[in-house]
Design a binder for this molecule. Structure first.
Ligand code: MCA
Ligand code: AMP
Length: 512
């Protein structure tokens, strides 16, 4: 039987010249394809030497580096399950993920070893390694003693490759289990759909702990044997400096907004580019149009989720196979990708006619099998005929273009990161003197959307808005901290007693 391990497919796509540069970093390091092969073999051998049980989770919270990418690839190679964690997460957040996923191995930044190892050992994790963004740490020290030859572990298409944590309306984070087959089928299809060609160079500027940077960007480049220009952090000046060396760029809308703010962005800077891709959050039509004017390029917007990888995309080029799909339309997320079935339904589960707005449901080889250890929740999120309820609200027009008009899930997407109001409210409500709170998303020129907290004090208590934000900063990842906080007498409610968040959004949306 053919090995369905995603790494086997990525490795098979390495170019014949293994000494060619595969990754060029912003601190002038060059990694060859041979380096990728050997280092992932050594790391895979290290993981296998630990004699971990089948399906063991490898939880990783480290700064972006090529070695961190190699650790991901090595985890696939060895047949274990990769669990990436945002570097902004603080101890309570990490304690939850580690407690829930029970990883056999935790890898953290050297500076966090003290508190992370304490959490991990308490949760029963046996191995905690460190990995710095400067090629330091116990992980690489241990891997250095391993062989650089390794036979890729045999995997079936439905074997789990990664768990990505994503929250729900109730605030409790759920681990979306993605299989080798989910990831590989999506990557191969995108390589074709987005017209990846020989000589393409990807500029990689996104974090590698979410679907966009870790899967969409990396898999396509590797499957195409393409070089990556690797930036540890997004910096518009650096991007513009290196842009002439790249042909493909992927970013969340905030990155496009920030690049547009730099006068250096023009047709000349983008002269060698083939494709700009945006996603993870809605791209404003103004950004789409301004980009066209300034660079002569039309951004290709696509839509996806942690649970499904990529679902829809605007077309790359007119293509006979995809009749009618000729142009990239701003404000839309394009067409369901080949193999993806997408339906728009009303609350009663009835399919809606063209142009009518309803809940988006999807099915396809890319859709995950379920949430980690949450069979009930998984069942709730799928229809009886196997469609996954995305929680996004949209419509399909007469030409087949999908437009996302909103979300039925109470979610704020800020600079491409998801923020769950229920989670933030839960933390605010534990603060001294707080009776109740509501967190809403309001428009923001830079992040697209940001959180605003509206708080009621307990009778007789004094609470201070600045103090609430300062306290939250000690508990939560920085991007989750509401940008503003208001202490008020009461929250608007409907007849059922439910807080009317739409009213809060319009009231506090324009205040700065
Ligand atoms: C940073 N800050 C933010 C955000 N990022 N606030 C709200 N939303 C954010 N996204 C705040 C910090 O808390 C800090 O506040 C201040 O901004 C500066 O922090 P810094 O780390 O320096 O920010 P930055 O480097 O400017 O980061 C902005 C960023 C970053 C580059 C836009 O957020 C980013 O890389 N976003 C991409 C996320 C992503 O990859 N999403 C894909 C998810 P203070 O100073 O007050 O502490 S995958 C997905 O969604 C699906 C599947 C899909 O379709 O792709
Ligand atoms: P995540 O859970 O991080 O995978 O975020 C997935 C969510 O991001 C989706 O359910 C959408 O709400 C949103 N999203 C992703 N891409 C787009 C897009 N192009 N336009 C609007 N929303 C998007």
């Amino acid at each position: 039987m053919k090995n369905q391990n995603l790494f086997a497919a990525l490795r098979a796509a390495f170019p014949a010249d293994l000494d060619a540069v595969a990754i060029e970093t912003d601190n002038a390091l060059n990694y060859s394809w041979r380096d990728l092969d050997r280092a992932t073999a050594m790391l895979a051998n290290l993981l296998q030497s630990l004699r971990l049980p089948a399906g063991a989770r490898i939880a990783v919270q480290v700064e972006k580096s090529v070695e961190a990418l190699m650790l991901y690839l090595a985890t696939l190679r060895a047949g274990y399950v990769f669990l990436p964690l945002n570097t902004a997460y603080q101890s309570a957040e990490i304690a939850y993920f580690v407690g829930d996923a029970e990883p056999a191995v935790v890898v953290c930044a050297p500076k966090n070893f003290g508190w992370v190892s304490k959490i991990a050992f308490t949760a029963g994790t046996q191995h905690v390694f460190t990995l710095g963004d400067d090629r330091t740490g116990s992980l690489l020290e241990r891997a250095a003693h391993q062989s650089d030859q390794h036979a890729v572990a045999q995997q079936r298409a439905d074997d789990m490759a990664a768990i990505l944590y994503t929250s729900g309306t109730t605030g409790r984070s759920k681990g979306a289990m993605l299989s080798h087959g989910n990831l590989l089928s999506n990557a191969m299809m995108l390589k074709d759909y987005w017209g990846w060609e020989k000589g393409d160079v990807l500029m990689h500027v996104l974090p590698i702990f979410h679907v966009h940077g870790l899967f969409v960007a990396v898999h396509a480049a590797l499957l195409n044997g393409s070089k990556m220009i690797w930036m540890a952090k997004f910096d518009p000046k650096q991007v513009l400096l290196k842009l002439p060396l790249a042909t493909v760029f992927m970013g969340v809308p905030t990155l496009y907004v920030r690049l547009l703010a730099d006068p250096g962005l023009d047709r000349h800077a983008a002269r060698n580019m083939r494709l700009f891709i945006a996603g993870s959050a809605p791209l404003l039509i103004e950004t789409f149009k301004e980009w066209q004017t300034r660079t002569g390029h039309t951004i290709l917007e696509r839509y996806g989720m942690s649970e499904t990888v990529m679902l829809t995309s605007n077309p790359y080029a007119p293509d006979a196979r995809y009749a009618n799909q000729s142009d990239r339309r701003g404000g839309t997320v394009g067409f369901p990708l080949p193999g993806v079935q997408l339906r728009v339904k009303d609350d009663a589960g009835q399919s809606l006619p063209v142009g009518e707005v309803g809940g988006i449901l999807v099915k396809g080889p890319n859709v995950f099998a379920g949430y980690w250890r949450m069979p009930e929740k998984t069942r709730e999120e799928f229809t009886v005929d196997g469609f996954f309820k995305t929680g996004d609200v949209g419509c399909i027009d007469g030409d087949g273009y999908v437009t996302i008009v909103g979300r039925s899930k109470d979610l704020i997407i800020s600079g491409g990161y998801n923020v769950y109001p229920a989670e933030i409210e839960g933390y605010i409500n534990t603060l001294e003197g707080v009776f109740e709170s509501a967190v809403v998303g309001v428009p923001d020129a830079d992040f697209g959307e940001v959180g605003v907290a509206v708080v009621i004090a307990k009778p007789g208590a004094q609470v201070d808005a600045a103090n609430i934000l300062a306290r939250l900063k000690t508990m939560l990842a920085n991007f989750k901290i509401p940008k503003r906080c208001y202490v008020v007498q009461e929250l608007p409610r409907n007849a059922m007693g439910k807080v009317q968040k739409n009213l809060l959004r319009s009231q506090y949306g324009s205040e700065t």
